[in-house]
Design a binder for this molecule. Sequence first.
Ligand code: UT7
Length: 373
Amino acid sequence: MPPNAVITGWGMYAPQRILTNQDLARMVDTSDEWIVTRTGIRERRIAADDETTTTLSVYAARDALAVAGLDPTELDLVIVGTCSPDYPLPATGVLVARDLGATRAAGFDLQAACSGFLFALATGSSFIRSGMYRNVLVLGVEVLSRFLDWHDRGTCVLFGDGAGAVILSASDQPGGLLGLELFSDGTGAEGIIVPAGGSACPASPQTSAEGGHFIHMSGADVYRYATRQLAESTLAALRSAGLGVDDIDQFVYHQANLRIIKSVGKQLQIPDEKVFVNIEKYGNTSAASVPMALVEAVASGRIKQGDRLLMAAFGAGYTAGAAVVEWTADPLQAFRAPGAQTRLGKPRSAGAATLGETAADEEAALPEVAAAG
Ligand code: UT7
């Protein structure tokens, strides 16, 4: 029998700086009322100037390692699901392994946009089930604030920065990944795209001047596709697990838009109390959104040992991923383990301030944001 890949550790990190809807209303032609009604978002976190996708990853990963009771040297593999890496090369996964002291681990990045964590979870599970590795660190991490046009109200109000991590470990006990669906459809490539900076359109002064390195999105098209595809991916993952909607204890969806989550819940007749939502605090953190929601769902007591979860995401490509997971860990382990406590879904510092309250020099630290004002 191949080993099962069960989640033994989990952690998250949300940067301290909070950007509220009111802050955004001072920067672009928008309002708190529009953003809350159309998306459910009230605020999002923005990485500090000295923070990167690697540094966010390391915070989340250290907590996940502490919960699992693992030393970094016991990791065999580090997979970072991200579309906002530190560099086009080298891979963020390599830098994360270096900074963690995961000296035995191979590291790489996996790009499936907002579905990146689900694709990385599937990949990590496969390495464990094949017998090749015993402990895999799977991350979903983004610093999308560096890829936003802070003059474009259609995108800048939606996204935020953050990191979520799980440790997958080999186990002879039942549990872990029960069902999976990965999906992609390249006909939607233009739906969400950073058009420049790759081989199709290399970086140049012109691409920079034209905003080609920012995220461009056809919101309404993406919305329509996402509501349908998330429901279909959910059902496909359930079929692959041999389960139905009623067999799932908690649904942890990609936090892109509260209306999308509600629409999927309605289509599938999922009771509201089984659907975890934290979009109001973080906005759309792309690949980080599902693992951050998972960590907060566990910390809030909504996930218990033996529960079955369905995690699903949708993103650029288009891509979608859905996984049915049996949760085998003791949720209280997160409270007992030593560490920074970010895994409990709290900011690293209780003194996190809103952008409006920060000192002038901190405000200046967001050059594009400040310029847009
Ligand atoms: O992570 C996965 C990928 N992303 C997504 O899943 C995002 C999917 N799309 C969405 O969530 C929604 O389409 C949005 C939230 C982006 C937009 O909501 P919508 O209800 O689809 O609005 P819309 O794009 O149809 O725009 C409606 C109006 C437009 O004005 P007019 O043409 O009716 O006068 C927009 O210009 O709202 C305007 N608008 C805004 N108004 C105030 C667009 N953005 C804003 C804004 N503030 N931030």
